[in-house]
Ligand binder design. Structure first.
Ligand SMILES: NC(=O)c1ccc[n+]([C@@H]2O[C@H](COP(=O)([O-])OP(=O)(O)OC[C@H]3O[C@@H](n4cnc5c(N)ncnc54)[C@H](OP(=O)(O)O)[C@@H]3O)[C@@H](O)[C@H]2O)c1
Length: 330
């Protein structure tokens, strides 16, 4: 199938190119860059042995007649082109936030005016590891979830069931700096970030908070931090007065993920490591209980560019097409 990667030079886009180039069902037909149009794609992607030689601009994607577009731009940048690509027969996986909500009003709470509200009816949003995720016949756009919400969903989603409520959850997030994208920023320069850990955003104000709250209905107090590493993400989730113990949580996860090769539930007492999931579509989950404060503590680690972005995007396509879930992601 013919694939265009829009925003191929960005961190998420590079990861999509890497996976798609190894995927047996895909053939890359267009790679876009804004600043490097006309330049040689093999400088960044020396492993590409076939496909386009030069980057094109986003306005030229339709000329390559893709069946799939992986759209890896910031919010609102690519959606104005979606109607054209869909009318040419393409299906789109959007890695931005534009189609992560089922209605424009929710989107607008966080991101302001929606760039293409008329297309939301053709979109579906959700997590590729959700066994109840479905791909309706009229669907043309998949709204790929954010990286932090994915780590949160994988831990909290299975624990959400009738009779189990979590009114208030504290989420402590730590991310490698690639989570901020490839654009230059003084505060993320090597000399600023090496051997340095810093919180960013005001507590509860990060734009992924609403996506997390939709997983459980809980009020989420989320504080993210940048870590001195290029990629990887860890969440420590605190649930005061939890209705379930850490052993209950691990048992529920084991049942949910019994046939899911991407999610590892660690034995009691073991803690997850970002390094073990680096560059993979895998996730590690762990749990602990603090008796003194009666708080359940959950840990979730993933690679922000794989499971948090490109890996999950391809996993969604595999499920959408009824191909093996692991295809191209092993
Ligand atoms: N980074 C992550 O961990 C992560 C995780 C999950 C989801 N995402 C989402 O994925 C999307 C991309 O993130 P990223 O981190 O990969 O960003 P990035 O590294 O900053 O890359 C941005 C891409 O957009 C292109 N671009 C920028 N302005 C453009 C314009 N006006 N017109 C056309 N193309 C333009 C850039 O091309 P040139 O620079 O070559 O011109 C580059 O390819 C975002 O929506 C982000 O929220 C990112």
């Amino acid at each position: 199938m013919r694939v265009a990667v829009v925003g191929a030079t960005g961190y998420a886009g590079q990861e999509v190119v890497s996976i798609v180039s190894r995927h047996p069902q895909f053939e890359i037909v267009a790679l876009t860059s804004n600043r490097q149009q006309g330049e040689d794609v093999r400088i960044l992607f020396p492993f590409l042995t076939q496909g386009p030689e030069k980057y094109v601009g986003i306005e030229d994607v339709g000329k390559s007649e893709p069946s799939w577009v992986f759209s890896c731009l910031g919010p609102k940048q690519a959606a104005p082109y979606f109607s054209q690509w869909i009318s040419q027969g393409a299906r789109i996986v959007d890695l931005s936030a534009d189609f992560r909500f089922p209605d424009a009003a929710l989107y607008e709470k966080v991101y302001g005016e929606h760039p293409a509200p008329e297309l939301i009816a053709l979109s579906q949003q959700g997590y590729a590891d959700d066994p109840n995720m479905f791909y309706p016949a009229n669907m043309r756009i998949l709204g790929n979830p954010g990286c932090y919400p994915t780590a949160f969903y994988l831990a909290m989603g299975p624990l959400t069931a009738p009779g189990l409520s979590y009114p208030f959850v504290i989420v402590d997030g730590k991310s490698g700096v690639s989570g901020a994208g490839r654009g230059p920023r003084e505060d993320l320069m090597m000399a600023e970030m090496a051997e340095n850990v810093t919180p960013y955003n005001e507590p509860g104000k990060h734009r992924h908070t609403l996506e997390m709250e939709r997983v459980t209905g809980a009020t989420v107090l989320f504080q993210p931090h940048y870590m001195p590493m290029s990629r990887g993400l860890e969440l420590t989730i605190y649930i005061p007065n939890s209705p379930i113990s850490s052993r209950d949580a691990a048992d529920i996860w084991r049942e949910r993920y019994a046939r899911n090769t991407f999610v590892a539930v660690l034995p009691e007492g073991q803690k997850p490591h970002t390094r073990r999931v680096r560059g993979t579509n895998r996730v590690e989950l762990g749990s602990a209980w603090d008796e003194r404060s009666r708080t359940l503590v959950l840990y979730s680690v993933l690679d922000n560019l794989q499971k948090g972005a490109a890996g999950q995007a391809v996993q969604h396509v595999n499920r959408w097409m009824n191909w093996p879930t692991e295809l191209g992601l092993e």
